[in-house]
Ligand binder design. Structure first.
Ligand SMILES: [Zn+2]
Length: 292
């Protein structure tokens, strides 16, 4: 079991905003829009940041190179066992430990990520294979930790710098077995996805999924869960596949429309696509409690 996290630290982490911190650290008078951002979202003080660090939730900014990030992704993924990743993912439904859910999508992306060195592309300084920059200076990994604890998965950026951080944190978690209640909730989620009307879009799912008894999720938490199921290939389409079988450069992945910022490939999913049975069996076939 994973020990409970200090409540004050969790609250402070949830309030942490990377952009506010960057503006607050500028050594010049702020532009009005910068000040407005800070006024709206607040700034984590040095004292609060230290408190977060003491609880292992915040980290000083780090510099990293592309090849090192890819290497770390492979190093950490070797330390993860699929059964542990899925155990923790499932146990998150009742443990209210969203960080336990967070390892699933990055682990799924590693199923097909090519082991590669920085590949030059037409976009200067962005890798042709994974869209990561050749060097990341002052990487604010605390921001990614907010996504782990507050949302339960990777957020917009899905490059090796982010993946290696999520996996590094994931391997620190203790094993945790799902309970009967976790299985009931996940089965109900699958049932909702299977029986969704053909025209249902990912953004419609929250209103159905939140009806499941015991499934507490904000719109954002529901969204990243649905996106994670897409990344894992469970919610994919004939043409747009998840990372279980196909690696798609996350920076170049197509979008269904200009206004859509849902992750690939669930962006293209509708109820008509249903649940991909093969991917479901790959990830959860070892659990007799899960209705495949
Ligand atoms: Zn790359």
């Amino acid at each position: 079991m994973n020990a409970p996290i200090d409540k004050k630290a969790l609250k402070l982490l949830a309030q942490y905003n990377s952009i506010s911190q960057a503006y607050a650290g500028l050594k010049r008078p702020l532009e009005p829009y910068e000040q407005r951002w800070i006024d709206l979202r607040g700034v984590t003080t040095d004292e609060e940041f230290e408190y977060l660090k003491e609880h292992g939730l915040a980290f000083d900014p780090v510099d990293m190179k592309h090849d090192e990030a890819v290497q770390k992704c492979f190093e950490y993924v070797k330390q993860c066992k699929k059964s542990q990743v899925t155990d923790l993912f499932l146990s998150s439904f009742t443990s209210e430990r969203l960080d336990c859910r967070s390892g699933f999508a990055p682990f799924a992306m590693m199923q097909t990520m090519p082991d590669h060195g920085f590949a030059t592309s037409s976009a200067p300084d962005f890798c042709a294979i994974c869209s990561a920059a050749s060097v990341y200076t002052g990487m604010d990994v605390t921001d990614w930790n907010v996504n782990r604890y507050k949302h339960g998965s990777i957020w917009l950026l899905k490059v090796p710098y982010v993946i290696q951080f999520h996996l590094a944190q994931h391997v620190l978690l203790a094993q945790q077995k799902p309970t009967a209640e976790d299985f009931r909730i996940f089965n109900a989620i699958l049932d909702t996805l299977r029986t969704a009307d053909a025209k249902t879009k990912p953004k419609d799912l929250h209103k159905y999924l939140k009806k499941i008894e015991g499934f507490k999720a904000t719109n954002d938490q529901c969204r990243v869960l649905v996106e994670a199921l897409g990344i894992a290939g469970i919610l994919e389409t004939e043409e747009h596949k998840g990372y279980l079988t196909h690696f798609t450069n996350p920076g170049l992945a197509p979008s269904k429309s200009h206004s859509s910022d849902w992750a690939y490939p669930v962006d293209f999913w509708t109820g008509a696509d249903g649940v991909n049975q093969k991917a479901l069996e790959f990830w959860f076939g070892a659990y007799p409690e899960i209705q495949l």
